[in-house]
Write a protein that binds this ligand. Structure first.
Ligand SMILES: *Cc1c(COP(=O)(O)O)cnc(C)c1O
Length: 244
C-alpha cells in the first residue's frame, strides 16, 4: 500500500469518526451526510486512492483544474482492468466561482452538481447549455451568510426570490443551498453562518421552493465541518483534512 493511500485512509477514518460524533450530538443519521472530496491539493495518485477508498463525490473550485482532473481520472479508471471503481461511479462537483463563458466547458466534463450559482444570469446560462445537451443539472444557490465581505454568494435577503426564479428554468434543478463559513479562530464563531443558512433553507422549503429536489445544505470544510453537521449540513466539502 502506498504512503499516500495510507495517509488518506487514516484521514478518512478520522473524518468519519468526527462525522459520527457530530451526528450523534445532533441526533442525525450518518447516512444524511456525504463527503465531497475537494481535490485541489491532491495529485492523481491521491485522487485515485480516495476513489478506491469509496469516495464517489469529488470537487474542484477552479474550472481549469476540474477539466484536467476529471479527464485524468476517467482515463486512469478506464485503463484499470480488474475490479475496483469505474469512471461511472465517480461524480464531479463544481464548487468555486463560475463565469458564464466557462459554463459549457464545465458541463462538457459531465459535472453532476454546481454549488456556486449566485446569479440568475449564471443559472440561465447553465440552463441554456444544459437544454442543448438534453440534460438537467443540479445546482445549489450560494449564499453569503457571514458578516465578512465575501466576493461571491447572494445576500441572505435576496436568496429566496432568486431561488424561486431559478426554479422556473427547465434544465436546472435547484437542489439546495451552499455557503462558505467565515474564517474564524474559534470554531464556535462559525456556527451563526451555518444556522443562518439552515434557517433560510427551512423558510424556502416551507414556501415550497424547489419541491422535493430542494434537499441539500452544502456547508462545512476541513476546519468547521462538525459544527456544520450540527446545523444540518448534508454535503461536506473537505479538502486538506483528507489529502494533507
Ligand atoms: C478549497 C475549498 C473547500 C475545501 O477546503 P478545505 O479547507 O481544504 O477542506 C471547500 N469549499 C470550497 C468552495 C473550496 O474552495
Amino acid at each position: 500500500m502506498s504512503a499516500i493511500r495510507n495517509k488518506i485512509e487514516k484521514n478518512l477514518l478520522h473524518i468519519r469518526e468526527e462525522i459520527a460524533a457530530a451526528c450523534k450530538r445532533s441526533r442525525r443519521s450518518v447516512g444524511e451526510v456525504q463527503i465531497v472530496a475537494v481535490t485541489k491539493s491532491a495529485d492523481l495518485e491521491g485522487i485515485r486512492a480516495a476513489v478506491d477508498l469509496g469516495l464517489t463525490e469529488l470537487a474542484e473550485n477552479r474550472v481549469q483544474q476540474l477539466l484536467e482532473r476529471s479527464a485524468e481520472l476517467s482515463e486512469a479508471l478506464a485503463k484499470k482492468r480488474n475490479g475496483g471503481p469505474r469512471g461511472g461511479d465517480v461524480h464531479w462537483h463544481m464548487i468555486g466561482h463560475l463565469q458564464r463563458n466557462k459554463v459549457k466547458a464545465v458541463l462538457d466534463t459531465g459535472v453532476t452538481m454546481i454549488h456556486s450559482v449566485d446569479s440568475l444570469r449564471l443559472a440561465e446560462e447553465i440552463n441554456a447549455r444544459a437544454e442543448r445537451m438534453e440534460k438537467t443539472i443540479d445546482v445549489l444557490l450560494q449564499v453569503n451568510c457571514s458578516q465578512e465581505l465575501q466576493k461571491f454568494g447572494v445576500a441572505v435577503g435576496a436568496a429566496s426570490y432568486l431561488g424561486e426564479m431559478i426554479t422556473t428554468l427547465k434544465n436546472v434543478r435547484l437542489a439546495g443551498l451552499m455557503t462558505i463559513g467565515p474564517l474564524v479562530e474559534n470554531l464556535s464563531d462559525a456556527r451563526p453562518a451555518f444556522s443562518r443558512l439552515r434557517e433560510l433553507f427551512d423558510e424556502m422549503r416551507h414556501e415550497g421552493i424547489g419541491g422535493p429536489a430542494f434537499k441539500h445544505l452544502s456547508m462545512g470544510m476541513s476546519q468547521d465541518f462538525p459544527v456544520a453537521i450540527e446545523e444540518g449540513a448534508t454535503l461536506l466539502r473537505i479538502g486538506r483534512g483528507l489529502f494533507e
